[in-house]
Write a protein that binds this ligand. Structure first.
Ligand SMILES: *Cc1c(COP(=O)(O)O)cnc(C)c1O
Length: 219
């Protein structure tokens, strides 16, 4: 199927309350423009350098989300324009984003990335760390950022029960933190598992290959 058909098919599966982040990593500017022209405005990239190369060539009203691991020394490059950093996986990174947001007179939206997968993934906060950071945030630390929600990735497996269990764990944490201070976004689900994620409470999904086709290399 073409990008256009893929995009329409995905949109048809999402109710209006679910945000679609079109994950364009590894795909060329022309493909992003094609999806933009169909009305999509929120795009996700996982590498700062790639984002810096592509974003100036595309319309200004794209809301860029960073969804990959972010090194603290690269925050300064994206702080002037990034809409949301979905992949906050340490207090050190949160502090750096806060500092750079201040410099740019912005309040940057972030999601805390929580480790929910059984497999040994490198990045993501433990649940206790996420709670701790959120409490620091509520207590007035990090005034130049807004924690708008949580992001998580399930184990890469065909075992739907496993995936469901992991998504529900994150939904549980989301509900718990939401009692302390209102959160907007629960970002979970990718091309292969977004319908399950939505059943488990996701209101934002990150879909790449189901729109743009397979990537040349897996990430
Ligand atoms: C690449 C990526 C996605 C999209 O993956 P697809 O399987 O292509 O839909 C979603 N989230 C993150 C964090 C990613 O790195």
């Amino acid at each position: 199927m073409s990008i256009k058909e893929n995009y329409k098919a995905i949109k048809d599966q999402l109710s209006s309350g679910v945000q679609l982040v079109a994950v364009s990593k590894t795909h060329p500017v022309a493909s992003i423009q094609e999806v933009y022209d169909l009305g999509q405005r929120v795009f996700g990239e996982n590498k700062v350098q790639e984002l810096m190369e592509k974003s100036p060539l595309l319309p200004d009203d794209i809301q860029w989300h960073l969804i990959g691991h972010l090194q603290t020394n690269k925050v300064k490059y994206i702080a002037p324009f990034i809409d949301t950093i979905q992949s906050v996986d340490s207090g050190k990174l949160l502090a750096e984003i806060n500092k750079e947001a201040d410099k740019n007179n912005r309040r940057i939206k972030v999601l805390l990335q929580v480790k929910i997968a059984a497999e040994d993934t490198k990045f993501g906060l433990e649940i206790t760390e996420a709670k701790d950071l959120f409490e620091q945030y509520i207590n007035g630390n990090f005034p130049h950022i807004e924690i708008t929600g949580l992001m998580g990735m399930a184990t890469f497996t065909d075992d739907e029960q496993q995936v469901r269990k992991e998504f529900l764990t994150l939904k549980g944490l989301f509900d718990e933190l939401n009692q302390l201070k209102t959160l907007k976004t629960l970002s979970m689900g990718m091309s292969d598992d977004f319908p399950v994620a939505i059943e488990c409470g996701a209101n934002s999904v990150r879909v790449g290959s189901a729109i743009f086709g397979r990537r040349d290399y897996s990430q």
